[in-house]
Structures are given as structure tokens and as C-alpha cells.
Design a protein around this ligand. Structure first.
Ligand code: ATP
Length: 306
């Protein structure tokens, strides 16, 4: 077991940086998830750690040893690729059957009806749980790449959320979920994404285009500034009083009902109980759970202390 340290790492493809001055530490035995949209540099960062890419600047240490210029096999690590099919040009049945054919098993045994093709989502859930259990047993330092935020939330001891070759935020999944460092993070983590309302704080309220959210707590220093209010669907309740909103869509999802309602001109997702009786076009009143509200600067999208 060993910690991994990445220091000031830059990786260029031609003149284009895929990784830009990234510094991070993966603790000994930790399961770190590199998360982010397509093209943000997750795979490149993983390949640099594994030694499959030459780095342009910075260094990589594994267990305190500088491995930046060492070949992959000298780094004492293992890597599993996304494309695990042995023969990409063959079907699932072809791949699974290949070994059996090589062992000259009878054709009846080799023949199969692609049973995995209908199990994809289920298998993924199963694999997620299996992998988490396995990591708990072996406690190997692990760096895991995914663009699936649910997978990241479920499996990561910590998540490093990447954007444009940099780390936008790194931390425990629930910390990031509750305290996103930016609008990008709040929008990427969570399903549905965090809601954002644009407006200004003034005299005990946050007011924007066609709405006003009353606030009990004053926020020194933010008065008059253009801000984004970030709020999760589960922190908004439909009640008899509050911010008026027009219901657009009602989606019963089994465990809860997802209600989309227009606050001013902004559609907002609200997590309502499954027995909610609200209907499209109805005017409802929304109560925002004030301690959970997050504030971002409207132009940069970065979180501000409040
Ligand atoms: P995905 O989820 O789609 O795999 P990613 O976050 O893993 O995306 P990378 O594959 O690391 O992203 O790519 C980061 C950037 O580097 C992208 O702009 C990509 O086009 C570029 N890139 C990656 N590999 C190469 C390469 N071998 N040559 C040139 N550009 C590359």
C-alpha cells in the first residue's frame, strides 16, 4: 500500500494542455474517484499516474518514491481499462466463447444467447457494490475514473471533480454535494442537479426576475451583488405559503415525486412526497430551507462565503 502524490502536473498533446498544473494526493488505501465530463482529462491523469503517458511538467510520487520517469512496470501498480473486451471486433458471445473454443469445448457448450445484453444496468449496479466490497477487503490505494456522478458518490472515499484539465473541487462525496465550490460542481453532482436562481440580495430577501425569496439571516457583504442562489430539490418544500411558483411537470418516481415549477422565469426542481397531489399549471408555494442555501458569484459561478 502506498500514497500517490501528483505535484504540479502538466500534460500537453501538441500545444493543447490536457492536464494543467494539477496537484493532488491520494491517501494510502484510499478510493479516489476522478469525475468529470468527457474530455476534462480524467483518463490522461490516470494514464500519467500509471506511466502510460510522458508528462511535460511536474512529478508523480508513489509511496514517497519519485516515479515520474519510471516505466509502468517499475511503478508497482495495476490498471484496468474501460474497454475490457479482449477482442473489440468480436461480440460479447464471441469474446466469452473464445476461451472455450480454444479449450476445444463442444459447440453446444460454447453456444449462448447473449444473456448479458439485457443485464447491463443491473450488472453495473452489481459491479459497483462488488468493487466497493472488494476495496474494503483489500484496501489498495485506488484511482477510479468515471463520468457517472452516482457511481462517484457511491464508491469514492473522496471525489476529484475535473474540468478543463484542472481539479475544480476535491473532497468527500457528501461534502461536495452539500458545499459545491461552484455552479459547475453543483450542476454536475446530484440528480437532479442543484437548482440555481439568479438575483440580488437586498434587505432580507433575494430577488430576481419575477420572484423574491425572503431570508431570515442577513448576509453581510453580499448586499446588492449579482448572485446565484443554489438549492437542492430536497431542500425545497411545497406548502401553504412561500415563494409562488407555477407547476410545469409532475413526475412520480416511486420513492418521491419530482416537481418542476417555474419560479419567476426559472424552472426549479422540487422533491415532493410520493403522495403529492399537485398538478401541472397549479400555483404552489415553495419554502426554501435556509441553512442549506448556497451562494455563488453570478459572473464567475464560484461559491462565496456567507
Ligand atoms: P472521456 O470521459 O471522454 O474519456 P476524459 O476526461 O478521460 O474524457 P481525456 O481522454 O483525458 O478526457 O482527454 C483530455 C483531452 O486530451 C481531450 O481534449 C482529448 O481530446 C485530448 N487527448 C486525449 N488523448 C489524446 C491523444 N492521444 N492525442 C491528442 N489529444 C488527446
Amino acid at each position: 500500500m502506498a500514497a500517490i502524490e501528483v505535484r504540479g502536473l502538466t500534460k500537453l498533446f501538441g500545444k493543447t494542455p490536457a492536464i494543467r498544473d494539477v496537484t493532488l494526493e491520494v491517501h494510502d488505501g484510499e478510493f479516489l474517484v476522478l469525475l468529470g465530463p468527457s474530455g476534462c482529462g480524467k483518463t490522461t491523469l490516470l494514464r500519467c499516474i500509471a506511466g502510460l503517458e510522458h508528462v511535460d511538467r511536474g512529478s508523480i510520487l508513489i509511496g514517497g518514491r519519485d516515479v515520474t520517469d519510471l516505466a509502468p512496470r517499475a511503478r508497482d501498480i495495476a490498471m484496468v481499462f474501460q474497454s475490457y473486451a479482449v477482442f473489440p471486433h468480436m461480440t460479447v458471445a464471441g469474446n466469452i466463447g473464445f476461451g472455450l473454443r480454444m479449450h476445444r469445448r463442444p459447440p453446444a457448450e460454447i453456444e449462448m444467447d447473449e444473456p448479458l445484453s439485457n443485464l447491463d444496468a443491473l450488472l453495473r449496479l452489481q459491479a459497483r457494490a462488488d468493487l466497493k466490497r472488494l476495496h474494503k477487503e483489500v484496501k489498495r490505494t485506488t484511482v477510479y475514473v468515471t463520468h457517472d456522478q452516482v457511481e462517484a458518490m457511491s464508491m469514492g472515499d473522496r471525489i476529484a471533480l475535473m474540468r478543463d484539465g484542472q481539479i475544480e473541487q476535491m473532497g468527500a462525496p457528501m461534502h461536495i454535494y452539500d458545499n459545491p465550490a461552484s455552479q459547475f460542481v453543483g450542476g454536475f453532482i446530484g440528480s437532479p442537479p442543484m437548482n440555481f436562481l439568479r438575483g440580488r440580495l437586498r434587505e432580507g430577501a433575494f430577488a430576481g426576475d419575477g420572484f423574491s425569496v425572503p431570508l431570515a439571516k442577513a448576509r453581510a457583504g453580499l448586499d446588492g451583488r449579482d448572485m446565484l442562489l443554489g438549492v437542492r430539490a430536497e431542500h425545497i418544500a411545497i406548502g401553504s405559503e412561500g415563494v409562488p411558483a407555477t407547476v410545469l411537470v409532475v413526475e412520480p418516481l416511486g420513492s418521491h415525486t419530482l416537481v418542476t415549477a417555474l419560479v419567476g422565469r426559472t424552472p426549479v426542481k422540487v422533491q415532493a412526497p410520493i403522495d403529492s397531489t399537485v398538478r401541472p399549471d397549479e400555483i404552489v408555494h415553495l419554502r426554501f430551507n435556509e441553512p442549506t442555501l448556497r451562494w455563488m458569484d453570478a459572473s464567475s459561478g464560484s461559491a462565496v462565503e456567507s
